[in-house]
Write a protein of this length. Structure first.
Length: 315
């Protein structure tokens, strides 16, 4: 009698496919959601890291031009092809949440580390919206400067409580607070990378030279701590904290590598990703490394040691 051994990963992927229900509904384990520009809709990523597939497009009743998904994958700011902005609630399905606090003119969105707040950008201004995903409320609004005609936001980061915002300029990183500002936090190279840690006012700044500075409590003492960058990471292209704030992740498009830096120990590990790195986008317990296109979608695991892929959609 002939017998065959079927790889566990294949079985897991097949199981993930079977768990997906009708269009617009999600069942079984879901890693997160990603925007698919080819069908102008969000798709779920079904399964577990290392054994996952892309599910069918979710029917939000909208023709989308882009979407930004919250780090906890429970909501998304979606931009329709008619220019309108929509707040979507994600879960077993997708539904729209009324957001009177969301400015209709916004054309870019940056979520806080836990997704409880978002900065909506338009023509040099950032409107903070808090209480996400179910009770959106208007927070502070900041004139962050820069070109009024700039379509995309410069590098900005907002704290989970929506009280503080970091914005990069060609010469510095400025800190804005609901009680005033701005004030220069750090002189830096053009449009340095910025990030807040989840549930705190700790922040990190990285410029194109590879210099990284960690600030403890930007709302108070703003104590600066230099962070050593691995030699393998020379040209920084993306920056993010781990979900518990104990690590910093930095990525280099030139070297196609991602470093995971233990802040307390000062040690680091480097993982290679032979892919078109576009960022470090928090997606639940993993980080998404590229946009969905014709090839695989690449993910970094939570400790930064393993890069896995989600197969491309077969047409």
């Amino acid at each position: 009698m002939n017998s065959r051994t079927i790889p566990v990963a294949v079985l897991l992927v097949q199981s993930a496919a079977a768990l997906f229900g009708q269009t617009g509904q999600v069942g079984g384990p879901v890693i997160g959601f990603v925007f698919d520009s080819s069908v102008r809709a969000l798709r779920p990523i079904l399964g577990i890291p290392g054994a996952s597939i892309l599910g069918d497009p979710l029917n939000a009743g909208l023709d989308l031009s882009s979407a930004v998904v919250a780090p906890r994958q429970d909501s998304a700011i979606a931009f329709a092809t008619d220019g309108s902005l929509h707040l979507l609630r994600l879960g077993s399905g997708v539904s729209e949440v009324l957001c009177g606090a969301c400015p209709a003119t916004a054309n870019a969105a940056v979520y806080s580390p836990s997704g409880t707040a978002v900065a909506l950008y338009s023509a040099g201004r950032a409107q903070i919206v808090t209480g996400l995903p179910d009770a959106p409320a208007a927070g502070a609004s900041f004139d962050i400067g820069g070109s009024r005609s700039r379509a995309q936001a410069p590098p900005i980061a907002v704290s989970d409580d929506g009280a503080w915002l970091l914005a990069s300029t060609p010469v510095a990183v400025n800190l804005f607070g609901s009680n005033g500002g701005p004030r220069q936090l750090l002189a830096a190279g053009p449009f340095a990378l910025v990030a807040f840690a989840a549930g705190s006012h700790d922040a990190a700044i990285a410029d194109s030279t590879g210099a990284i500075t960690l600030f403890h409590d930007v709302a108070g003492a703003s104590t600066a701590q230099p962070v050593t960058t691995p030699d393998a990471i020379r040209h920084l292209g993306a920056l993010a904290f781990s979900t518990d704030g104990s690590r910093l992740f930095v990525a280099s498009r030139a070297e196609e590598s991602i470093a995971s830096i233990d802040i307390a120990a000062g040690t680091s590990t480097v993982a290679a990703c032979y892919c078109a790195l576009s960022g470090l986008v928090p997606m639940g317990k993993v980080l998404r490394l590229n946009e969905l296109g014709n090839g695989p979608l690449w993910l970094l695991d939570s400790d930064g040691t393993r890069v896995v892929f989600v197969p491309a959609v077969t047409q």
